[in-house]
Design a binder for this molecule. Structure first.
Ligand SMILES: C[S@@+](CC[C@H](N)C(=O)[O-])C[C@H]1O[C@@H](n2cnc3c(N)ncnc32)[C@H](O)[C@@H]1O
Length: 239
């Protein structure tokens, strides 16, 4: 899995940090947590949520299978947050521990082989559960544009619908709210950006020039820098 790769983990953290992720998503998630003291973070990644939530006083159980994602998370801890983040290097499926007041799973359900079983386990392990999933409708970002323009076919991935089906099967009620983010990517070197997207999308070297041209056409040039504003539509599901 790409998150187990050291270079991918570093690139994930660097790119999202540069775009200001998680931005307003953090406040949305924290609002849903209410006063929860102990919070399980399923698929904590490099700590984009676990660390600021710890800084705001929550006691975080960060569950993450990738050693390289965790190395980056650890490098961001200071004395205060280190005392409130407990790290568990594990998949959600293999983890076991104490039940918590709340649980968050933020863009981390996608790699799980059995989302229904993962959701059922979330219900067993926390009183309040908050899932964040992307909605393909209305999102506009370079990944999507490049997929479309290079003719990559992709089945629409209905994560939200799958979650709703699982919750209905379990007889559990939920509240779903859309949340939109705009994030600006800036870059100076078109070649590096094209090389990144070729890697990210698994495109062969002979597509490099096409990818470079498409990025150039869609980005806005400001002096030496190119900028692209992406629109990301997500859904917060509380159950
Ligand atoms: C897209 S990242 C999201 C990370 C973080 N929540 C964030 O918003 O930045 C997905 C994370 O889920 C982790 N992951 C993959 N399979 C997992 C599993 N079975 N159980 C828990 N986490 C998993 C990956 O290693 C990765 O760090």
């Amino acid at each position: 899995m790409k998150f187990y790769d050291k270079i991918y983990a570093a690139e994930y953290d660097r790119r999202l940090s540069a775009e200001g992720y998680p931005g307003n998503l953090l406040d949305h998630v924290e609002r849903e947590l209410g006063g929860a003291r102990r919070v399980i973070d399923v698929g904590a990644g490099t700590g984009f949520f676990a660390i600021p939530l710890a800084a705001r006083g929550h006691y975080m159980e960060a569950i993450e299978p990738s050693m390289h994602m965790l190395d980056i998370l650890k490098s961001k801890l200071d004395d205060e947050t280190a005392s409130r983040v407990r790290i568990h290097q594990s998949t959600w499926e293999n983890w076991s521990g104490e039940r918590a007041d709340a649980l968050v799973c933020l863009h981390s359900i996608y790699p799980m082989p059995d989302a229904g079983a993962a959701i059922e386990k979330m219900i067993r392990y926390a009183d309040r559960r908050i899932l964040l999933v992307r909605s393909d409708e209305g999102s506009r970002n370079l990944t999507g544009i490049l997929r479309e323009k290079t003719g990559m076919t992709r089945n629409p991935v209905a994560f939200f619908e799958g979650i709703v089906r699982s919750l209905r099967k379990l007889g559990v009620g939920y509240v779903a709210s859309p949340v939109e983010q705009r994030r600006v990517t800036s870059f100076e070197n078109l070649d590096d950006e094209a090389a990144y997207y070729c890697r990210h999308l698994g495109l062969a070297d002979d597509r490099f020039e096409d990818v470079r041209r498409i990025i150039e056409e869609h980005a806005v040039r400001r002096g030496e820098v190119f900028e692209f504003e992406g629109v990301y539509r997500d859904i917060i599901v509380v159950f």
